[in-house]
Design a protein around this ligand. Sequence first.
Ligand SMILES: [Cu+2]
Length: 151
Amino acid sequence: MLNALSNARRHVMPTLLGAAILLGAVNAQASDVSVSNARLSLLPGNTPGAGYFDIENGSESAITLTGADSEAFEAIELHESMEHDGMAHMHGVESVEIGPGETFSFAPRGHHLMFMDRLAPLTEGDEVEVTLDIDGEPLPVTFDVVSPASL
Ligand SMILES: [Cu+2]
């Protein structure tokens, strides 16, 4: 029994190594994607926060942002603001595609991340770790907590 187990392990090891090398290749692609100017606008209380940033796709193929996650919030949604009959509205979007060589700005009155239900108190000057999901690959980004008045 013991022998059978260690034999099985020996077979598993090369497979895991192969997977790690494959993952490495995919990550090289993700490193062509960079995020800057990431800020999270929060009001006091537990109203949703809005996240803004610039994402640059330095790779040679289109990338798709499909979501975001943070341990500091219950959920993060992708939203788009628009004006309709002079009134501001926002609605959820499934994903945002960024073409090769393009920079896309999540900005006030446009696309934003909506941070729902904070799980711990946050104040101006704090930093929040967020993981963006880009084509199934995690991209960690640090957001600075700012006051809405600074935007
Ligand atoms: Cu929103």
